[in-house]
Design a protein around this ligand. Structure first.
Ligand code: SAM
Length: 321
């Protein structure tokens, strides 16, 4: 990170996310045929991360997959076409894993990340010709290759800066984003990197402009205690500059950020794990690798927050959180 700008450092967090995903897949926490596409083969050999991180990655991905499944079930039941908006999607593979279910439910999928990240994602896909041919036949690009869309409009990748939200919205609309559709907004390890006024602009826009919306957001919380300090040290060891982090300090503060929505649920990841990861899954996972960091697991779980808020026709989704 010798000459990296603060934005380069923030973009670099996606490489860590991609490695963690691949590690958890390699150990067997979940299956994801697309996880290797976004990690260079040299990095892939050293992808293996500690059990604590693998389990945390599993829990986070489980939460967002579950939210997406509930959303798909809801719009299917209501018989309306929906859309997903993934903010700071990085090289996330969720659209690829769910594309058939999404198509069957007439759900369009939009991803926004920095143009550099979008170009990186497209070039990784290009390098894997079979995957490209499977996922993106006939995809079209804009002149600068920072926007990509599949011909049926099912998947759109948009390069933009979340801190310039209204400009992003304009371009999203030009790509077929439709504010009248029920919309699931996802922000997985993203908002912590965006400054608080820009986060407020974004959340207020969602609340005011999307009559039927649900937002799922996940971030670490950095309280002023020994564990919080340790997390900050770990982040700085990964090259993540502390001034780039805008952590909301508590679960309650996350709830307050979303208080304009009709319904809000916030929980730490211990609560999520206890309530929403089925016992069979817990039993399966317990056999994957030796796991004796039980205390650290509990401590870590308290420092990650999942927030879900919804309004309009999607408000009933909150019954399931
Ligand atoms: N959501 C993905 C996942 O969970 O695998 C990626 C998470 S990664 C930790 C954070 C992502 O947010 C990066 O891809 C970064 O580029 C993106 N990001 C952060 N700030 C952004 C901004 N202002 N505009 C667009 N993307 C941003």
């Amino acid at each position: 990170h010798l000459h990296a700008s603060p934005d380069d450092v923030v973009r670099g967090t996606d490489d860590v996310a991609a490695l963690s995903r691949l590690s958890a897949v390699q150990v067997g926490y979940m299956t994801d045929a697309y996880a290797p596409v976004f990690v260079s083969s040299s990095a892939a050999h050293a992808a293996r991360r500690p059990p604590l991180i693998n389990r945390g990655t599993f829990a986070r991905i489980h939460a967002f997959d579950r939210a997406l499944e509930l959303f798909i079930a809801r719009v299917t039941k209501d018989g309306v076409p929906g859309q997903v908006l993934s903010l700071g999607a990085g090289t996330d593979t969720r659209w690829m894993r769910f594309k058939d279910q999404l198509a069957a439910a007439s759900v369009r999928y939009f991803e926004v990340d920095f143009p550099e990240t979008v170009m990186h994602k497209i070039s990784c896909l290009r390098r894997h010709r079979k995957v490209y041919a499977e996922l993106l036949p006939g995809a079209t690009f804009d002149g600068k290759h920072t926007t990509m869309a599949t011909p049926n409009g099912q998947y759109t990748l948009l390069g933009g800066d979340l801190r310039a939200w209204l400009a992003v919205v304009e371009r999203l609309s030009a790509c077929g984003f439709d504010a009248t559709r029920p919309t699931l907004v996802m922000a997985e390890c993203v908002l912590v990197y965006v400054d608080p006024p820009a986060v407020m602009t974004l959340l207020s826009w969602i609340q005011a402009q999307l009559p039927s919306a649900a937002i799922v957001s996940y971030d670490h919380i950095v309280p002023d205690d020994a564990f919080g300090q340790m997390m900050l040290r770990n982040l700085s060891e990964q090259g993540i500059e502390l001034p780039g982090i805008h952590a909301v300090p508590t679960v309650d503060a996350h709830r307050a950020q979303l208080s304009e929505f009709a319904r809000v649920e916030t929980m730490d990841m211990n609560e999520y794990w206890a309530k929403h990861v089925p016992d069979e899954e817990k039993a399966r996972i317990a056999k994957l690798e030796i796991f004796d960091e039980i205390e650290e697991w509990i401590l870590m779980g308290r420092h990650y927050c999942l927030s879900v808020a919804a309004q309009g026709s999607l408000a009933p989704l909150l019954d399931q959180f």
